[in-house]
Ligand binder design. Structure first.
Ligand SMILES: Cc1cc2nc3c(=O)[nH]c(=O)nc-3n(C[C@H](O)[C@H](O)[C@H](O)COP(=O)(O)OP(=O)(O)OC[C@H]3O[C@@H](n4cnc5c(N)ncnc54)[C@H](O)[C@@H]3O)c2cc1C
Length: 227
């Protein structure tokens, strides 16, 4: 059977928000191939509606310290507190960065990025709700994913749509690449790479009842644990 070979400096499994954002970063350092078993903009990320927490304070006073507190408490104190702090402080420039990449955020009457209430967002360490979620009407994930996908196209990221990753190749204790099947015609493809990033989404379908998409089956993580 003929096997098609490809080489990229970085191979990314998944073209949701995580995969597309990683691709935009990696393309500054070499060639990037992104594989997705779905059409890229059909990734589960399009289902996210409510918004993104960032203490911009556009609607009322807010602070990344309060955001950090809410997130640590929201994780029942099990989350990595240093990582949470970085995430909450970085959320502010990240929203501005997304805006500059073309995400059409909803606006206040003065033209600032609008913010609304969302579960777990509070002021002064849990005293009252605060408007912290930045949103794009009721399709935030959809709007962000399309903007990131557009940026990937502009920067020359190569997409392999409807390519299902079957296995991760590990040799000498290091990941060397991946094996995938093109769902459309059944052809087999080997992707060699210096680095492989797994951005294949959640594992929600492990539960009988879930709001996750049917594609959220987590098989790439199982491939890694099997190695
Ligand atoms: C109903 C709902 C509402 C939500 N609302 C919000 C919200 O308002 N705000 C918020 O911040 N978060 C929200 N979330 C959470 C958020 O949507 C997810 O955390 C986020 O979209 C995950 O992004 P991702 O890029 O990691 O994964 P995904 O978007 O799921 O992308 C996974 C990618 O991996 C690919 N893939 C998987 N396996 C393979 C394979 N074997 N071979 C090839 N490709 C593969 C898929 O094709 C896809 O491209 C919501 C979640 C749900 C379920």
């Amino acid at each position: 059977m003929e096997i098609n070979k490809h080489y990229f400096d970085t191979v990314i499994i998944g073209s949701g928000l995580a995969g597309c954002r990683a691709a935009i970063e990696c393309i500054n350092h070499g060639t990037v191939g992104v594989l997705s078993k779905l059409y890229p903009t059909r990734s589960h990320s399009t289902a996210a509606q409510g918004g993104i927490g960032a203490a911009l304070g556009n609607e009322e006073e807010d602070s990344p310290e309060w955001h950090t507190y809410d997130t640590v408490k929201g994780s029942d104190f099990l989350g990595d507190q240093d990582a949470i702090e970085i995430m909450c402080y970085d959320a502010i420039p990240t929203i501005i960065e997304l805006e500059h990449m073309g995400v059409p955020f909803s606006r206040t009457p003065e033209g600032k990025i609008a913010q609304r209430r969302f579960g777990g967002h509070t002021r002064e360490f849990g005293k009252a709700p605060v408007r912290r979620a930045c949103y794009s009407a009721d399709r935030t994930g959809h709007a962000v994913l399309f903007a990131l996908y557009e940026q990937c196209q502009l920067k020359g990221v190569r997409f392999f749509q409807e390519f299902q990753v079957l296995d991760i190749v590990v040799e000498n204790n290091a990941v060397q690449g991946i094996i995938a099947v093109n769902i459309k015609d059944g052809s087999l493809h080997v992707f060699e790479s210096k680095a492989v990033i797994i951005a294949s989404g959640g594992y929600g379908k492990v539960f009988k009842v879930t709001s996750n998409a049917y594609a959220s089956t987590g098989e790439c993580l199982s491939m890694l644990f099997r190695q």
